[in-house]
Ligand binder design. Structure first.
Ligand SMILES: [Zn+2]
Ligand SMILES: [Zn+2]
Length: 216
């Protein structure tokens, strides 16, 4: 089951305070939540956290999930700065949204694409994933721009690359998100592709901004 965004954010915050700042517990007030909040109930029912009257800590069972949420957040930040070339303010705004959209299947491809970065743009360490540990095996160019893909090719959206934040958000609201399955139906005069059950047409300029991993 997928965690709610709020629960993911609580896990991230706890992991940073405990593993990086050396705290043992974090007050619920600081987490901007309370014991009865759905995200706290969700995390307690999974045995990920331990809540005493007014503070919380991570249990061993929640460590892995929390570390992976921090990893996705910091990878999303790198993606914003390195690939989308967004400035800091826009990065913060989009990274929070993007990390929840960064599906696990594409997390490693994005990490590989970015060259397994060791730190985020704030210079905080990015926890290593499996791909970083055996990067030699996974280092291959598997991502192509939609504009270079032939008709009939199926795959998944890897990422979007545009320097224009409005365009980025437009593509995202069209449902063009990392991990979504995509099939190229037509490449001339416009680009038509199937995304799940819907067909979408874009011009060449837009198609250039969409990158996919064929054959997955
Ligand atoms: Zn950061
Ligand atoms: Zn990696």
């Amino acid at each position: 089951m997928r965690l709610s965004n709020k629960a993911e954010e609580i896990l991230e915050y706890l992991w940073i305070m405990i593993r990086e700042m050396g705290e043992e517990r974090v007050s619920l007030k600081e987490l901007k939540t309370d014991r009865d909040a759905p995200e706290i109930q969700e995390l307690m029912s999974l045995n990920y956290i331990d809540v005493s009257p007014d503070s919380a800590t991570l249990r061993e069972e929640g460590m892995g999930e929390a570390e992976s949420a921090v990893r996705r957040h910091r990878l999303a930040e790198r993606l914003m700065v390195d690939v989308f070339d967004l400035d800091r303010g826009l990065m913060e705004e989009n990274a929070c949204l993007f990390e929840h959209l960064l599906r696990r299947e594409v997390e490693e491809s994005i990490c590989t694409l970015l060259g397994h970065p060791g730190v985020c743009p704030h210079n905080r360490p990015i926890p290593a994933g499996r791909c970083c540990r055996d990067s030699v095996k996974t280092a291959r160019n598997i991502v192509s721009s939609l504009a270079d893909v032939k008709r009939g090719v199926k795959g998944r959206v890897a990422y979007l690359h545009t320097r224009d934040n409005k365009k980025l958000q437009k593509l995202m609201t069209m449902g063009i998100l990392p991990g979504v399955t995509i099939e190229v139906m037509q490449t001339f005069p416009s680009y038509v592709f199937r995304l799940g059950h819907t067909q979408i047409a874009v011009d060449k300029e837009m198609a250039t901004d969409i990158f996919m991993m064929p054959g997955r």
